[in-house]
Design a protein around this ligand. Structure first.
Ligand code: ADP
Ligand code: ASP
Ligand code: MG
Length: 488
C-alpha cells in the first residue's frame, strides 16, 4: 500500500481535484490511502478570519468565512454538476454553519484560545476531505472519507501538537487498514485530536506529517507528496527560478533542507518515515510524468557536495555583550529557556570573547523580550537581515566551500558563518536587500556544472556544459545561466 498526499495547490480548483483523481486512478493497484490538505489557501483565510474575530472585527471575520463558503460551493458544483446540491446541503452547509457558530460562541464566551484556533482551522481539511472523497466517487473511485481526528492522536500543544505514535498507529491498524482492502481512504491532513477528543493541529504544513504517520502506521511501501514543484530543487523557485531537481536525497538532507526553509516538506514529517525506512517521494501533480525526488536512507554522493541553497528573509542579527565574562553561561542558559518557551528558532550562533551573536526571526517585540534575560547586557539588534544555507551531506567549515562562498559574494557583507548540525549545512547572514543577488551568485558558483547523476539536468544543458568544458574555464563561465524549470 502507498500514501498519496495532495497539498493545497494541488486541490485549488475543480480542475486540480479532477487531476488528483486521475493520478490516484493510475495508482489503484498499489492500494492508496489519500491524505489531503485544505483547498488552496483556505488555512490562511481561516487564520485571518480568526485574527479578525479576535480583534472584535466580526464583519471581516464573517466576510472571510462567507468567501470561503462560496469558493467551496463553486468548486464542488464544478466537480459534481447537478449531483452537487444534495451533497452541499447535507455535508458542506452544516460545517459552515458550525464554523460561524464558533465565532458567535467565542464573541460571547471566554476567549480566543489556541484551542479555539485549532477548531477553526480544522474546517479546512474537514471540508476538503469530504469534497475530494465525493469527487473521487464521481470519478468512479470507490472512496471512503475518514475523519482524521478519530485516528491521529496528539498531545495538548494546541496549534503545534505532537503526535502520540503508539495510539495513532494502533487506530490506523485497527480502522484504516481494513478499509484499504477494497476502498481508497481519504483523510484530512494537519488535524488530530487529544485523547479526550479536543481538536488539535500539527503546525503549518502539517499534512506532510499526517502522510508520514499514516505511512509508518500502515507500513506503506512509499509516501508520495504531490505538490506544485517537480521535487526538491536546488533552490526555492520563488526566490530564484531555474533550480535543478534532485533525483535522490537522504532523510537527513531532506530534514535539514526543510528545517532551513525548503517548505516543500514539513521538517517533522521526515521522522516517522525515517524510523521505518519508508521512501518519501516528492512529485508535481501538474506534471505527473516527472519522476520527482526520492528521499531514502543512503545516497551515493561524495561528501561535501552542495545540493540545495535555502534562505530565510525577515531575520535579525543579535549581538549580546556582557560586562563580566563569568556571566556568559548564565545568560546563554536564560536565552535558551526564553527561546524554547517562546518557540523562537535561533540560528547561526557564534560565541566570542565578550558575548554571543546569533540570527533569529525578527518581530516587533524582539528587543524587549531580550532585555528580560538580563538588564545589564549590552544588546545590539541588526534588522533587515537574511540567512542563507548551503545544504548537503559532509559540508563543514574545513572544506573549501566557505571560501568559494565568500569569493562568490565578495561585494556582500557576510556575517555569522556557522556550521549546521551533523555537517549537513553551512550558513551565514547577509543584508536582506542583497538576498536575490547573493542567491543568484551562489547558484552560479555551485551549480554551474550540475552532476547529472545527482540532479535532473536537461539535455540542452549537458551539451552546453560539455561545450564549455571543451572551451576552458572562461567558456564555462559563459554558460552558467541556470535552466528554467522544465520536464527533466
Ligand atoms: P503544498 O501546498 O503542496 O504543501 P507548499 O507550498 O507547502 O506546497 O510547498 C511547495 C513549495 O515549496 C513550492 O511551491 C516552493 O515554492 C517551495 N520551496 C521552497 N524551497 C524549495 C525547494 N528547495 N525545492 C522545491 N520547492 C521549494
Ligand atoms: N492546510 C495546512 C496549512 O496550510 C496544512 C498543510 O497544508 O499541510 O498549513
Ligand atoms: Mg506543504
Amino acid at each position: 500500500m502507498i500514501v498519496m498526499k495532495f497539498g493545497g495547490s494541488s486541490l485549488e480548483s475543480a480542475r486540480a481535484i479532477r487531476q488528483a483523481a486521475l493520478i490516484v486512478k493510475e495508482h489503484l493497484d498499489r492500494k492508496p490511502v489519500v491524505v489531503v490538505s485544505a483547498i488552496g489557501k483556505t488555512t490562511d483565510r481561516l487564520l485571518e478570519a480568526f485574527h479578525y474575530a479576535m480583534r472584535g472585527n466580526w464583519y471581516s471575520a464573517r466576510q472571510h468565512v462567507e468567501a470561503l463558503r462560496r469558493m467551496h460551493c463553486n468548486e464542488t458544483r464544478g466537480l459534481l454538476g447537478p449531483r452537487s446540491e444534495p451533497f452541499l446541503r447535507d455535508s458542506i452547509a452544516p460545517l459552515f454553519r458550525e464554523l460561524q457558530e464558533i465565532f458567535t460562541e467565542s464573541s460571547e464566551g471566554p476567549a480566543f484560545t489556541p484551542q479555539v484556533q485549532d477548531r477553526v482551522l480544522s474546517y479546512g481539511e474537514r471540508l476538503s476531505s469530504l469534497i475530494v472523497a465525493e469527487a473521487f466517487r464521481h470519478a468512479g473511485i470507490h472512496a471512503a472519507q475518514v475523519d482524521a481526528r478519530k485516528i491521529i492522536v496528539t498531545g495538548e500543544q494546541f496549534t503545534n501538537a505532537a503526535p502520540l505514535y503508539w495510539e495513532t498507529y494502533t487506530r490506523l491498524r485497527r480502522t484504516v487498514a481494513l478499509l484499504t482492502n477494497d476502498r481508497v481512504v481519504v483523510m484530512g491532513g494537519f488535524i488530530g485530536a487529544t485523547i479526550h477528543g479536543a481538536t488539535t493541529t500539527l503546525g503549518r504544513g502539517g499534512s506532510d506529517l499526517t502522510a508520514s504517520l499514516v505511512g509508518a502506521g500502515l507500513a506503506a511501501d512509499e509516501i508520495q507528496i504531490w505538490t506544485d514543484v517537480d521535487g526538491m530543487l536546488s533552490c526555492d523557485p520563488r526566490v530564484l527560478a531555474g533550480g535543478y531537481r534532485l533525483r535522490e536525497i537522504s532523510y537527513e538532507e531532506a530534514r535539514e533542507m526543510a528545517r532551513l526553509g525548503a517548505e516543500v516538506l514539513q521538517p517533522a514529517s521526515v521522522e516517522p518515515a525515517l524510523r521505518q525506512r519508508i521512501p518519501i517521494v516528492i512529485r508535481n501533480s501538474r506534471r505527473p510524468e516527472v519522476e520527482g525526488t526520492r528521499v531514502i536512507s543512503k545516497v551515493q554522493t561524495a561528501p561535501g557536495m552542495v545540493k540545495c541553497l535555502t534562505c530565510k528573509p525577515g531575520m535579525a542579527v543579535v549581538h549580546l555583550r556582557v560586562k563580566n565574562r563569568g556571566m556568559l553561561s548564565s545568560i546563554t542558559d536564560g536565552l535558551a529557556d526564553l527561546f524554547a518557551r517562546e518557540h523562537i528558532a535561533v540560528d547561526l550562533i557564534q560565541a566570542h570573547e565578550r558575548g554571543i551573536s546569533f540570527a533569529v526571526e525578527n518581530w516587533a517585540g524582539l528587543s524587549e523580550i531580550l532585555r528580560k534575560v538580563d538588564e545589564t547586557v549590552d544588546i545590539t539588534v541588526e534588522e533587515e537581515r537574511a540567512a542563507i544555507w548551503l545544504v548537503g551531506e559532509g559540508l563543514d567549515h574545513g572544506t573549501s566551500t566557505l571560501a568559494r562562498c565568500l569569493a562568490a559574494l565578495r561585494t556582500t557583507d557576510v556575517r555569522l558563518t556557522a556550521q549546521g548540525s551533523a555537517s549537513l549545512s553551512l550558513g551565514f547572514a547577509i543584508r536582506e536587500e542583497a538576498l536575490p543577488a547573493a542567491m543568484d551568485a551562489l547558484h552560479r558558483e555551485f551549480f554551474a556544472c550540475p552532476d547529472p547523476t545527482v540532479f535532473a539536468v536537461p539535455e540542452s544543458r549537458r551539451v552546453a556544459d560539455l561545450q564549455a568544458v571543451q572551451d576552458g574555464p572562461m567558456g564555462r563561465r559563459g554558460s552558467m545561466q541556470p535552466a528554467a524549470q522544465g520536464g527533466f
